[in-house]
Design a protein around this ligand. Sequence first.
Ligand code: SF4
Length: 70
Amino acid sequence: MNKAPDCRTCIFFKITGDPSLPYACLQFEIKSARYPSQEVFLATGHHCPVYQRKPARKSERELDKGGWLA
Ligand code: SF4
């Protein structure tokens, strides 16, 4: 992987509700002002190795099939 994964699409990403540390990663147990994958890269020099994409929501699956939403 040659760029940081998009935390927003990862199963481990959470929004904290804390304005000073709005993002969290459940895998690394961190809260941060930047996306956690950026913190991982700054701390280790490597991109996050445990990104896991969230399953597509039903509406996204329907759109992938070329279907219409009601
Ligand atoms: S596991 Fe990696 S990609 Fe997923 S939220 Fe944490 S830092 Fe971001």
